[in-house]
Design a protein. Structure first.
Length: 57
């Protein structure tokens, strides 16, 4: 699950990356957080799509 704190950290690292660059440790953290976020979004989308029922008229 992606918490508000993790989303805030993702946003902070993205801004810092644009402004001044990231250290290797921060790049690894950013990649890990982004992968976790994308995984959560995919799981949420799959759950929503699985709950859709097609009704033909």
């Amino acid at each position: 699950m992606v918490t508000e704190e993790k989303i805030a950290r993702i946003n902070y690292l993205a801004k810092k990356s644009k402004d001044q660059g990231l250290t290797d440790a921060e790049k690894q953290e950013q990649a890990k957080l982004r992968a976790e976020y994308v995984s959560a979004v995919k799981a949420n989308l799959k759950s929503q799509l699985d709950s859709i029922k097609i009704v033909e008229q």
